[in-house]
Structure formats: structure tokens, C-alpha cells
Design a binder for this molecule. Sequence first.
Ligand code: MOS
Length: 687
Amino acid sequence: MTTTASRAVGRPLARIEGPAKVTGAAKYAAEYAIENVAYAWVVQSPVPRGTLTSVVVDPTTEADDVLAVLWHGNAPRLAEPKDPELAVLQSERISYRGQAVALVVARTLEAARRAAQLVRLEIDAEPHDAVLREDHPEIYTPEADPDSPAETECGDVDAAFAAAPVTVDVRYETPALHNNPMEPHATTALWAGDDLVLYDSNQHPPGVAAAVGAVFGMPADRVRVITEHVGGGFGSKGTARPNAVLAAMAARVVGRPVKLALPRQALFSMVGYRTPTLQRIRLAADRDGTLTAVDHQAVEQTSRLYEWAEQSAVVSRHMYAAPNRRTRNRLVRLDLPTPRWMRAPGEAPGSVGLECAMDELAAELGMDPIELRVRNEPRAEPESGVPFTARNFVACLREGARRFGWEGRDPRPRRRREGSWWIGTGMAAATFPCNVMPSIARVRRSPDGTVDVSIAATDLGTGARTILTQIAADELRLPPERVRVHIGDSSLPKASVAGGSAGSASWGWAVTGACRELRDSGGDEATFDTTELVEQQETDGKHAYGAHFAEVRVDADTGEVRVSRLFGMYAAGRILNPRTARSQFIGGMTMGMGMALHEEGVLDPAMGEWVNHDLGEYHVPAHADVEWIDAEWLDEADDELNPMGSKGIGEIGIVGSPAAIVNAVAHATGVRVRDLPVRLDKLLPHL
Ligand code: MOS
């Protein structure tokens, strides 16, 4: 907490860049007017596995307008990147359908697209395998990550199950989910001599500069990444994507600036998606609801190209007390695109399994699902024994229940009917870890008394720019109008990624430090680096919590599900700006509604692709799907985290909100759907 009475933090300041955005003045990566710019269009592999032997350019397109057609046969050689997805056009191997195998550069966008459509690829296709299954012969346990091992085990799980009077043993499945930020991934690349400038849509300008620099054999400071505004990312822009390298490569080859904006359809294969999950959850309990064992096992997919592990079972490591525990995350490599971060990776799908299984256990015990959770509240981290810095989960359950109107709920399913609608309510826990990452901020005071704050952060549309302004204003006792925050440029002091719900905590800490140093030194400039402070922090015991409540109605004749109310009650540290915070919470909850009811990548195993790869057929919630939605929070002070006492709020809204809806559907109808999304064809036969 700040030591002085705060004036700006905690107030609902409107987004500083709001007017620029609504008037269209704000520029996104593909919107800069750059002279002599050429346009690139990606040619994607039409097969999931094989080798590309040659690329034949259609003679009718070899008009003046086409400047280059690049593929592994003629593309400049790149240094080997850490992320194999960035080794674009370097190999004849095809690892998934939709992979970039050629790039057309032309004077106009239309010419580039037409030439790309008419390019002929000669490919030796090979048999492929695109189906995730629990009995896959190549299931393996990924290498241990010291911060988050793939497997944990305490006590004697099997003995506890053998002895327990009540058990639940269920399988839950979540489908492939696709990142669809409103602004697609895009890059405009310019070479100035040997220096590279990228206007790029991403969540981490310094990371993109380093990654792109590395493949071209350049130090990061010779690449400048400008990311002034970003239209969403959800994690898919957390690291450099192939479009950044492709645009830079093309610009070097044709000797002109190049613009590359991915079309919507390409996002389904080129930018990372949430892996489908197959989860088995076993809960053992005494008759009074005290858990004696929790066993959560998840099987997920990764690509042939790159190992990426979602870790869905991790959420079961700290939610509930039980002496015997097992979590296990395993992978299968398939001939499909590489999954990656998508809002609350791990927690979002994992909480579907755990929180729906808890609901099933409550039904089995004839116990209220809130009381079941209260009964199993741990006093410290169940696996490590590390105390929680602040855990107000039970308070969220109690206060959320009060505000939602939970009391007096008849726990029996299929009891409330209004006309053709079955009506029910459900709840689930929400949680997300408090991550923090090293960052550096610089503050300069001008003779006119205004202050410039600089940090290479990005604002995905979340309000980061606004919050950093509030923090600096309070630390320097200035009105927010006298603070100018500069972000979105890799040449500014190094910041961590806008991900892991860690932006405000990480950047805000650096800004606070720099402001305090400026104040204390009395000078005109101060810089503060949080690296050492962050590295000294214990990571266990630090989580935000919450509770989600849903009311649904299900049409008995058609199976249509409507979410009539969705409510989130959170304990997420100090809320820095209630307006932008509410927007984060209800945004996450809306995405959770999509996960429960709408979103699903439908795989065609024979083609090795998701057939519904556009927003016409991949459904995300529209305004009409959201009837009543709200978020509230407890006034929580967690002084052990960072000087602001804030916890991350970007992801917690999608953790548990899907389970609350699934549980409400089960309560309304008596039908328990265990493979998401809950579609009407899964309900209708049982209504
Ligand atoms: Mo988020 S998946 O940490 O950008």
C-alpha cells in the first residue's frame, strides 16, 4: 500500500487513450501510412504433414505487381531460434496444416493475395495423426519445469480412495479453443540500413525485439518494436509470432517496407490456441464432505515442432485441503499447430474438471456446493505448507452468495420450470496465481512540473496506460493530467510481458520505485529496476480468489441454453481502477461463457484441421448472449506482494465461470454434460 493517502489509485479513471481510439486516431500495427510499402500474403500448407519439394509461381501472376515469392528454396537463411515456429521458410518439413510455407510480396494487397492463391505447391504428403485420446500410445510426461513440475503426489491416494465412503470419478473434456483478438496479428517492417523497425501487434515489445533480432543475428537494441496500441491478445501475442519474422525477411528481400496482417482464418493455425483437454478427476470424501483425496490427471496435445504444456491439473494443487493428493499433466505430440497461451492457460480448462467434479460430489453427498468448499478450506498451501499471503476465498463464497441470492436454493435438479424453460443455478471457484516479473521504469521531471514515465509495457486494451498514470500521479503527489506515460516501444526501459495477469503488478512496482527515488533524491530523473526484488519473492501462497455464480434457463423443447445471470465476486488485492477492473473481470467471464456454451474448434481428423476456422462458424458470445453480467470485489489488502498491494485480474474471470454455467445447466435440467461446450444436441435427448 502507498504510504500516503491515494488520490488517483482506486478511482474509475477513463482510459487515457479512449478519445484517440474512438476517433480512429489511435494507430495499430498495420495502420501506419508508410511510403513505398509492399504487402505480403502467407501461403499456408494444405496438408498436415509432409515435405515441400517446390513452389511454382503461376505465370499469369508474374506481372510487375509481384515482387517476390519466398519459400525454403530461396528464402534468406536465419539463425536457429529458440522457438522453432520462428524458423520460417527454413525447412522442407511441414509440421501442420496451415503452417506458413511461402510468402508472396507484391505492390498491392490484392496482387499478393491473388498470387498466393495461384501458387502451386509440390508436396510429398505423409500420413498424419491429429486426434487426442487418453490411450494414445505416445503419451508422455513433459520435462520438469522447476517452477511447475508436470506431476506431484502427496500421501497415499489409492489407499484413501479404497477407504473412502463417498467417491466421485469423472472425466471432463474441453475442446480446442482459438484466440481471436479483434485486431489480428500484424507487422509492418522497415529496414533503415542494418537497423530494423517493426510496427507489431504484440504483448511484449522487448521480447519481440530480442526474438526477431536473434534470428537475423542482430542484438536486440538494433531492432525497434513499436506497439502503441493492441486490439487484444489473450496470450497469443505474448511472444513474437511468425508474421514478425516473415515481414522483416520480406522487407529485406524486396528492399522496401512490408506490411503483413494475418487474415482471420490464419489465426486458427498460426498464432497458438488452447489445447483440447481430457481430464480425469477423482475425489474421495468422508460423509460430512471432508475431502480425503484429490486426484486430477490431464492429457493434452502439443505439436511435432514445439513442446508446449498447458498444465491443467495445477489448479488442483491449492484449491482444497486433502491429505492425499495427485496431479498429473501429460502430453501427446500431434500433427497439428502448436498450442500456446490463451487466457488463464491451465487454470481455465483445469477448473472445469475440478469445479464440476466438486459439484458432482456435493450432489452425491446431498450437500450445498458452497458448504462443501468451505469445509475443505486449506490453512496453507496444501502441497508445500507455505502460508497464503491473503486468501479470502470463503469470504467471496459468502458475500457472493448473498449478493447473487443463493440462500434458499433447492439443491435438487429439475425443480424450477417457467413455461418451456427449465431454470437452475450453479457456482464454482475462481483463482489465479499472483505473478510478477522483473521490469525497469524511468521517470523524468520537466521544468514545468510535468512528469514523463517510460517503460516498454503494452496496453492490450486493458487500461495499463491509465493505471500506470494513476500510480505515478499518487507517488509524486501530482494530478494525473501532469503525468505522461510512454509505453509500447522496445527502446524504452525493459518491461515484462503483458501476460500472466502480471502487467500492473510488475510495471506498477517499477514505476512506484522510480517515482519514490525521484522524490527522495530531489533530482530530475530516476530509474528503478525490480529484478532483485522480484527474484527474492517466494512464489507459493500467492493467489487471487473468487467465486462465480450463474443462473441459466434451458428450453425443454429445443435445448437452447441462455445465461440469464452471471456474477463474479473476487478477492484480488487492491483494485487500482474499478472501471478498467470491472471490464477485465466481465470480459473474462464472457469468454468463460463462450467456453461453456459456444466456442469449439471442430477437428476434421482426415484433413487435420479445424473446419470452422472463421468467426462465422467458430462462435464467440455476442452481446445478445450476455443478458445480465456483473463483477464485484472485496476490499482486500495484500501487503506482501508489491507496493500497490494489487493482484492480477486479467485472467481470473475465465477461471470457474465455465464450470458455474455447466453446474447451473445440470441443476436446471438434471443433465450433466461433461464435454464442453454444452450444446443443445447434447442436452436435447435427455430433456
Ligand atoms: Mo495471458 S494467456 O497470460 O496473455
